[in-house]
Ligand binder design. Structure first.
Ligand code: PLP
Length: 373
């Protein structure tokens, strides 16, 4: 039996992509240029013709969306405690106030009833997160946004390839932010993109992306908003183009692996172990992660250590944001979001990536059944 180390995530870069990166390096143009423009064009076509701009992360995309929406001091933005801290750090970054709403224990995504309950006269936006690539009830999300006149900045960092009622996430809605960080379903090593609504928003996105600069004529240059340094390089875009050409394959492979996890673990897995599986949904979710919530009879650290003894890497996505020191200093504390706190303590991510095989899934399941007894 093959016992090589299985990480929980691993990028797959094909030879054509490596050759394209080498060509870019030799081309004499290695920063933002023709590859970025081509990548944005292809992404825009995929997102139903909506305007798209690329950036050097899937964090600055959200910060820039907040700035474009004019959200800042005195404004409240509702989000989930179960995400990478980037999701709420950007709210603080623009001077606004993060307001957390607890998650749904089944989907592990923000609970839309609690979102609605958290809305105040100061609420300006919602940042939903599609954990593991699993979308929310998008109809309900946008009904709430319309009813209370809120902007939505979708943290779709994990959701490229996911759909809602047959339409790709990103092809409808308000601002939609994606990450191409190394662990995501498609990568540019580091990077991200933002789907926008109007030509005016595109102009602002481009300014915020590069020092607030606008150019005109041969030597006209001006700065009228405070931008940063967030542009994607052509080297990254060349990786992205190569990855993007495999998106459908990547998504269907991940769905097949997820189905295999369910099949191998069997219908009595939860009853036998006390662990909780993710929803068995194979139409909309891109299966960015395969996550289970451990029973309280084992700590996550124990589980990770015992899986490591089988040479299997386990990740955790995520520890609850509101319990980080920075957020405790803002007044958040234990007990405020009990479902997020429980899930955040016991959730683990099992191996899931394009080059993972069904045999690897079987090995992982066997190890897990041994560990959870
Ligand atoms: C990866 C990720 C981010 C951040 O993306 P970067 O490209 O690393 O900045 C934000 N939110 C979620 C949910 C993520 O998974």
């Amino acid at each position: 039996m093959n016992n090589s180390f299985l990480p929980f995530s691993k990028p797959t870069i094909d030879e054509a992509t490596i050759a394209s990166v080498a060509d870019t390096l030799r081309s004499g143009w290695i920063t933002s240029g023709p590859k970025v423009i081509e990548f944005e064009k292809q992404l825009s076509a995929y997102f139903g013709g909506r305007p798209v701009r690329t950036f050097n992360s899937g964090t600055c995309t959200m910060e820039i969306a907040l700035r474009i929406a004019g959200i800042g001091a005195g404004d409240e933005v509702i989000t989930t405690p179960i995400s990478w801290m980037a999701t709420s750090n950007v709210i603080l970054e623009v001077g606004a106030t993060p307001v957390f709403a607890d998650i749904d224990p089944v989907t592990r995504n923000i609970d839309l009833d609690l979102v609605e309950a958290a809305i105040t006269p100061k609420t300006r936006a919602i940042i939903p997160v599609y954990l593991a690539g699993r979308p929310l009830d998008m109809d309900r999300l946008y009904a709430i946004a319309a009813k209370y006149k809120l902007r939505v900045i979708e943290d779709a960092a994990q959701a490229i390839g996911s759909t809602w009622r047959g339409r790709p996430i990103g092809s409808f809605g308000d601002f939609v932010s994606f990450s191409f960080q190394a662990n995501k379903n498609i990568t540019t090593s580091e990077g991200g993109c933002l789907v926008l609504n109007t030509p005016e928003e595109v102009v602002l996105a481009e300014k915020y992306r590069l020092q607030g600069v606008t150019r005109s004529g041969w030597d006209g240059i001006d700065v009228d908003v405070l931008g940063g340094k967030y542009n994607m390089t052509d080297i990254a875009a060349a990786i992205g183009l190569g990855q993007f050409s495999h998106l459908d394959d990547i998504t269907s492979h991940r769905r097949a692996l997820a189905q295999h996890y369910f099949k191998v673990l069997g219908p009595d897995f939860e009853a036998r172990t006390g662990a909780q599986l993710p929803p068995a949904e194979f139409e909309n979710t891109n299966w960015h992660l395969f996550q289970i919530v451990l029973p309280d009879t084992i700590t996550r650290a124990q589980f990770m250590e015992r899986m490591k003894a089988f040479n299997i890497g386990v990740g955790f996505h995520y520890a609850p944001i509101h319990l980080f020191t920075l957020y405790r200093e803002l007044g958040f504390k234990e007990g405020m979001f009990p479902i997020a706190e429980h899930v955040g303590r016991q959730i683990v991510s099992l191996p899931m990536y394009y080059s993972l095989t069904k045999a690897d899934v079987e090995r992982t399941c066997a190890a897990m059944l041994a560990v959870l007894g």
